[in-house]
Unconditional design. Structure first.
Length: 164
């Protein structure tokens, strides 16, 4: 099997696993609190990390030369679902939260530019991102229905997108 074919198969497996996990989460959310679902996902994540990579030397999972980045990554993984749940509980519709969430790739480009001085060509910014921004603005404006747009509840999905 060639490297390209293997990469494509791994990508397909990832997409199928992601879709399956999200479908299970949607079903479970009907019966349990979103916080319980999030913490269960993290507990399973930690158990898999220990089972797959930590069984020989568990300390290797937290030993690092850059502890600040290690802690920051963990806090961001906590911030994304927490802000998503808070936004939903404050009344932002689920489809609006997901629309705003998908501006994350553009935010990642921006963070790479700010923190890593990574210069991305303008075409890379515009081509994949314009549908996300149009969807984000249209969802926000139609989701308000006479109320003030971009109030505090709408900030939570933006926090969710920026911490992903």
């Amino acid at each position: 099997m060639t490297a390209n074919r293997r990469a494509i198969l791994l990508m397909l497996a990832f997409v199928l696993l992601w879709a399956g996990i999200e479908a299970m989460a949607a079903n479970v959310l009907r019966h349990y609190s979103p916080y319980q679902v999030v913490w269960t996902r993290y507990a399973v994540h930690l158990a898999l990390m220990l089972a797959l990579w930590g069984w020989r030397e568990p300390a290797s999972l937290w030993q690092t030369r850059r502890p600040v980045f290690h802690v920051a990554r963990s806090l961001l993984m906590l911030g994304m679902p927490a802000s998503w749940v808070i936004g939903m509980q404050m009344g932002v519709p689920g489809h609006s939260v997901m629309t705003i969430f998908w501006i994350s790739p553009v935010l990642i480009l921006g963070l790479a530019w700010v923190f890593l001085q990574d210069r991305v060509p303008l075409l890379v910014w515009v081509r994949p991102s314009w549908p996300a921004w149009v969807a984000c603005w249209s969802t926000a404006c139609t989701g308000c229905r006479g109320r003030r747009c971009w109030s505090i509840p709408w900030a939570w999905p933006c926090v969710s997108a920026s911490t992903w």
